[in-house]
Each structure stands twice: as C-alpha cells, then as structure tokens.
Ligand binder design. Structure first.
Ligand code: BGC
Length: 772
C-alpha cells in the first residue's frame, strides 16, 4: 500500500519524483478516450524503469500461447491489446546533453491529472550533469470530443544558460508488448511519410493485418511567438520524426505543440488511411491546441453532468470516486458496438485488454445510469454480434443445435483463455451475459431489445445450459458437474450453487422473453423461431430442468453450499490466517489453495446479489455471515458485492469498510500491482457500492427506489442518474434524502417503502424522521 497521491477533489496529484513509483504513476495518470489510450510515459527520453504503453481499441494480436500440456478444445492463441505506435515522444537535447529524468537532478516535480477537464500536466526542473538547468511544463490529452486526436504542449525554459536546444518529436512504431510470449514484435511497417511539420507512419499487425496510421504535426513557439524552424527528417525502421535546433536564452520559453492522430483500418479502407489521417490532422491543427483543449473540457463537462458523485466531508473519498468514474469513461465511451472494456483498459497489458464477464456483471450497471442508453446497449450488442462465435465455441466443446457458450476472455468472440479450468469450466459467464440483458431492460424499459437482439442470445444460452446439465439417477434431480464458479480458488467442482442457479434462471428468462416477443412482435418471433430452428418442445425441456434442478444447501445452518462437499473442507476463517501468508495466491501453492475453504471472491454471494428479490433478508444474512469470513477478496471484483450486501443488511460499518477496499485500490496501490495497470472493471464496482450500496438504489417494477444511509465519515453525498428519460440528482445528507428532477419527465420514486410522484423539474425531500 502506498500513500503518495495528494488528496484533492478534482485532481490526482503527485509531488516530487520517485523513480520507484514511476510505473505506478504511469498507470494512475493514464489517458484515454475510448478509442485510444496510453500510460503516462514521459515525452522526453527516460532510461529509468518504465512500461511504455500506447493502445488502440479493437486492434489486437493473437499471440501464440505457452501452454505446456495441450488439451483438445484449447484456444490456439491469447489475444492481446497491442502496444501501438508511441506518438508522445519528444527527444530533448540541451547542447550535447540528453534530457533524461533518470540521470538529471529533478526538483519541483509535479504530475496532475485534471479530471474535470481531462488532461495531464507535468512540471519539473531538471539540472543536467553540466549544471545547466531547465524548467519543463508538459500538457497532454486524448480528445474525447474527437477520439482520433491527441495533443501535447511541451514547454522548456532554460534557467541558467544560453545555448542550443535540439528537439526531436517522433512517432515510434518499433514497440513491443512486455507480455509478448515469444519476444516477438507484432507490427510491420506499411508506409511512412515525413514532410515539413508532419510525420506519418502506417503499420500493420502480423497475422490479424490490422493497419493503424499514426500522424503528427508540430508547431514551435518562442516566448509565445511562432518560430520558423528548419527541420531534418529522422527515419528509422518503424520510426519517423523531425529534428531541429533552437537557439535559446535564459528564461526564454520554447514551446512545441504536437498534435497527433491515430486511425485504424477498423474504420477506414487501408489504402485511404494515410490520406484520412492527414485530413484529421489538418482539421485538428486548424483548430489549434487551445481549442482542442476547450473542446475536451466541454466534452468532459457533459460527462460529469451525467455521472458525477459529490462527497462532502471526505476529500480522499471524493477524489477516489471521481478517479474511478473518470477512468471508466476514458476506457469506454460506448460509441462503437465492436469495442468493449478490458479489465485494465488502456493502462497496461495484463489481461490482454480483452472482454471478460466483468463487463456484464459490473460495468453495465454503471453505464446504464451514467451515460445515454446507447452506451450500455452497445455493450450488449457487442455480444449479440459475437453470437455465431459463441455457438462455434460451444460446438468445439461438443455442444450442438445452436447452443452458445460465450468465451471467458475474448477480443473477437473467440475464446482465448488458456487454463482449462477457466476456459471449459468457468461457464457462469454465460449467465452474466443473459443477466445483463435482463438488467438493461429492467433499467431502461426497452423491451424492443429482446426482439431485435436479446432473445436470440437468450435462447442460444438456454440451449447451452440444457445440454450442460445432466440427470442424476441417484438424486432424481438435474446436476451440473465439473465447473468453476466465480471463486476461482476451486476448480472442477460439482453443483456450484451460483452456476446451477444462473442456469435455471437463464432458461426461465429465455422463456419469459420468448413470450414477450411472441406477444409484442409475432412476425419477428416467427422468423426468429425459424432462423434458430427453435422447437417449442425446448420450452418443456427447460421447464423440466427448472423444476428439478438440484441446489446444494446446508439445511442445518440455513445456507446454500458453494458446491457439493464444501463443508468437508477444513473450516478456517480468514481472520485466523497469519498476515505473512496473505495474499494466499502469492504465498501458497495452488494445490493448497484448491484444498482450502478460502474463497477468492463473491460466489454464493454473487448469486444473492443478482437475485436478492428472491431471498428474504435473514437468508441473505446467514449466507453473508458464513461466506464473508472465508473470503480473501483476492479479486478486486469482490469487495463491492460485499459492500452492497452489507448495506442491504443494514451493516453500515461493514458496507463502508468494503467500499474503502475498492475505492482507492489503485490510487493507494493496495494490492501492489497498480504498476501493471488500473483495475478498470472493478472501478464500476466502486460506483455500485456508493449508488446501490449506500444509496440503496434499485429498479423494481419499472420504478426507481432508494434505501439510503450516510456513511459516518461523510457530511453528504449526491449523484446524478439518468433513468428512462429523466435526469435525477439525488442528495443524501444527515437529515434525509432530496431528489431533484432536472428533466421534464415525471416519474414515481420509492424511498424506503413509500412511493412519491416526482413531476418534471420538481423536487422531493424526505426527512429521516419520515423514513421507516
Ligand atoms: C477474477 C475474474 C475476473 C478477472 C478479470 C480474475 O482475477 O477472478 O472474476 O473476470 O480477474 O478481472
């Protein structure tokens, strides 16, 4: 755990340069705009510890796996988001010395991520070996107003000398993934072009043949006045740039503006990429850095209007929640239904930038409430587009007749996770995908989604479950053998309660969805039945499984059993584990973990979170009290579910305690792994802890309801929610709750157990005294 980020409501601030923290800060100060992103690498040369990272959404490489013992059905590759051309580079030479913070004496170093306006600023003073000292200020952003554009303003002021400053802005495509399995480089050059202030490089990925053209334009100013420069081309393998010298005097500032663009063949014909990049650069240059930055601030202002959470009385919590919201929107803006949310977003290489069930289980609720409806819809459509591949994936494993098994990890719909216990067994992900459809419709009321996309996915998923269960003669019930639940610290278990529950729920929901579509859009229904070769008898098969499914439980303790035999394990509690043995995934052998009762993340409790309406409070409490003390929370996705359930159980102290574990996870580097990248998907869980946990927000029967409490440390908190055309500002303070409707759409709102009519532009205030 670290504690070096300064608390501030709108900014992430690092003061002083500690090279040991650099990789962590590179993650924390990352920038992105949904289409591209990058770690906070320095513009100038840095020979110290760094993880260079620039990424372009949707552009990946199928790296050959390193699985030792191959098993039939394994995916051939592990897709990786690619380290793409580094466009931020600016070589800086002062007379004959290279500016490099690893060798210079650095003072007044400050890095600020301005979340309100969406830019990164870095200032420092560097004294070189010769004693020459410069002051530098670098500002950069990835524009969310124009998501193909990024810009840098880099200013250098000599403090104690006059001489020659040589600048070499460049684009370097000769980059490598740190996680490349065979040290291979993934890019080939297609073409390049350097002319005057502009430089372009077009690269092609090996195997997948994506092409990305990266271009840049430079302008130089001295003391605020444009400076004519005489550039020399710099061209190396997969590298383009210009170099030029400026005569500088003490205290005279030289500023380089570098405007860059990244365009990919996902959006343009390959042979037009260079021309299109030139035109994007031309229009960005015509606007200029200041206008681009204003547009950026305006675009972020809109995002914040829709999504901000204001916490009064706790600056560290305020900073943290905004950081989480900011990073989520930097990762995914929802404009493109081919893109998704990698667990590390654009902040690192771990997890390959691929899509996991994290999106459906954790991120969809966030985007539903904080962004226009298309954003979460696009996340759902992404899976619809990959349905054929999910059917192929299931077929590879021996399933038939249109059964779909979505992959655990994917880029293009194909499975690319390489551990059998996850690839073949962690099949609950299929249920999360169905649940997200339900969640989307429950929240938006958009039932037309079912006819257009949802039903096809639901039927295909239900078909998978039907084939995945088997009839047990002994039990005279259906069972599901050999699975891995969300708790990855158990593999190949029989009757994981959560997976069994999800399976039957999926069949129930697919049946209901079919009824809705049949009633509302009979023609579409009939054509779907035809195209899926759906036999009405399938409903009866599902009904039989729904009726006769086996769910392990321990009646004596009144708990559901995580899986058959869970109670045979030696029952030890996490509190009795010596601190020196944690985290167990680093300190224990895998074998020991598998045999222990310790739980990585919410499993039974994940089910109780999804389907809380089906269980009474005492059942939830008994299960919570049993499972939480056995849970090590070694997945960042774990504490938020526990926080929400604790809030539901009116255990405010624990709800807050779990929230704290997620809120500043990356800012304070809790798990010592922030340097690999940020935990983007669990950031959505932090948001859920506040909105579903502390505010107790739910949608029931098409209506929003709140069951709030105020964490003791806070004076108040408020947040904005978009719900069925209305924009609501909810404020929870010591004395009660206030909801303001900032739209013309009237709606009925539940607060605790009472319903209130909230007309357009009206406000309601319910005092704690009135809350029962
Ligand atoms: C968790 C999974 C999750 C993955 C990516 C793993 O550690 O156990 O549930 O999908 O990380 O975030």
């Amino acid at each position: 755990m670290k504690n070096y980020i300064k608390a501030d409501e709108w900014n992430i601030i690092e003061e002083g340069f500690d090279p040991h923290l650099n990789k962590i800060s590179e993650s924390i100060f990352s920038l992105g705009n949904g289409r591209m992103g990058q770690r906070a690498n320095f513009e100038e040369t840095y020979t110290g510890e760094t993880l260079l990272g620039n990424y372009v959404a949707g552009v990946y490489y199928p790296d050959k796996t390193r699985v030792g013992w191959w098993k039939n059905g394994y995916p051939e590759y592990f897709a990786k988001v690619l380290n793409a051309a580094n466009w931020v580079g600016i070589g800086v030479k002062i007379d004959d010395e290279v500016l490099d913070l690893a060798t210079a004496a650095v003072s007044d170093f400050k890095r600020v991520l301005n979340m309100h306006e969406g830019y990164l600023e870095r200032t420092f003073t560097a004294k070189l070996k010769s004693g020459k000292t410069v002051k530098v200020k670098a500002t950069r952003f990835c524009s969310i107003a124009d998501d193909e554009v990024g810009a840098i303003r880099y200013s250098i002021t000599p403090l104690n000398f006059e001489g020659t400053l040589t600048l070499t802005p460049f684009i370097d495509g000769d980059v490598k993934n740190q996680d490349s399995n065979y040290d291979e480089k993934f890019w080939d050059q297609v073409t390049d072009q350097i002319s005057g202030a502009e430089a372009y490089i077009q690269l092609r990925t090996k195997k997948t043949e994506f092409e990305v053209c990266t271009g840049s334009h430079i302008q130089v100013y001295q003391n605020g006045q444009p400076l004519a420069i005489d550039t020399t081309e710099v061209r190396k393998e997969k590298f383009v740039g210009q170099t030029f010298a400026v005569a500088v005097k003490t205290n005279e500032e030289v500023t380089l503006i570098k405007i860059a663009a990244n365009l990919s063949s996902e959006n343009y014909p390959k042979d037009a990429l260079l021309k299109e990049t030139q035109s994007v650069i031309a229009s960005a240059v015509a606007k200029g850095f200041d206008t681009l930055l204003q547009e950026q601030a305006a675009a972020w202002a809109t995002k914040w209007e829709e999504s901000d959470i204001v916490i009064e009385g706790d600056v560290a919590a305020q900073q943290a929640i905004r950081f989480n919201i900011f990073q989520l929107f930097q990762t995914y803006t929802g404009k493109d239904d081919r893109l998704n949310i990698g667990p590390k977003g654009f902040t690192g290489e771990k997890y390959g930038g691929s899509t996991y069930w994290d999106t459906e289980a954790y991120c969809v609720p966030f985007y539903l409430a904080t962004a226009p409806q298309e954003v979460s819809k696009n996340l759902l459509v992404y899976r619809h587009k990959q349905l054929d591949k999910a059917i192929e994936n299931a077929a590879k494993l021996g399933f038939k007749d249109g059964a779909a098994l979505y992959p655990m990890v994917t880029m293009n719909g194909e499975e690319c996770h390489n551990e059998w216990e996850i690839t073949f067994e962690e099949i609950h992900r299929n249920g999360a995908i169905a649940f997200a459809i339900y969640n989307y419709i429950r929240y938006t009321g958009d039932e037309s989604y079912l006819a257009d996309y949802g039903l096809e996915v639901l039927i295909s998923i239900a078909r998978f479950w039907k084939q995945r269960v088997n009839w047990s003669n002994e039990k005279q019930q259906y069972v599901m053998l050999g699975v891995t639940g969300p708790n990855e610290y158990e593999n190949n278990v029989n009757n994981n309660w959560y997976t069994n529950l999800l399976a039957t729920w999926c069949m129930k929901y697919a049946t209901e969805a079919a009824e809705i579509v049949q009633k509302q859009q009979p023609e579409k229904y009939n054509s779907l039945v035809k195209s899926l070769s759906f036999d009405q008898k399938e409903f009866a098969d599902w009904a039989d499984i729904i009726e006769k499914m086996y769910y392990p439980e321990d009646k004596a303790q009144g708990i559901f059993l995580q899986q058959d035999g869970y109670l045979d394990k030696e029952q030890i509690l996490v509190k009795d584990l010596p601190a020196s043995e944690r985290p167990i995934n680093q300190k224990w052998s895998w074998d020991r973990i598998l045999r222990s009762c310790f739980i990585k993340q919410a499993d039974v409790l994940q089910g109780l979170y999804f389907f809380e309406e089906d269980y009474d409070l005492e059942t939830i409490r008994r299960n919570f009290d049993f499972y939480e003390p056995r849970t090590v929370h070694e997945s960042s996705l774990s504490p938020c579910v526990h926080s929400i359930l604790a809030a539901k159980l009116n255990d405010e102290a624990r709800a807050y305690e779990f929230y704290l574990r997620t809120a500043r996870l990356d800012l304070d580097d809790y798990n010592n792994d922030t340097e690999d990248g940020l935990h983007i998907t669990s950031m959505a869980g932090t948001w859920m802890s506040v909105v579903e946990g502390f505010a107790g927000m739910r949608v029931r029967n098409g209506k929003l309801q709140f069951n709030p409490f105020l964490p003791g440390k806070w004076k108040s908190f408020s947040f904005t929610i978009g719900f069925r055309g209305a924009t609501l500002k909810i404020n929870i303070a010591e004395n009660g709750i206030n909801i303001k409707n900032n739209s013309t759409v009237g709606l009925e709102i539940g607060i605790r157990n009472q319903f209130y009519q909230l007309d357009g532009n009206a406000e309601i205030e319910v005092n704690n005294a009135a809350l029962v």
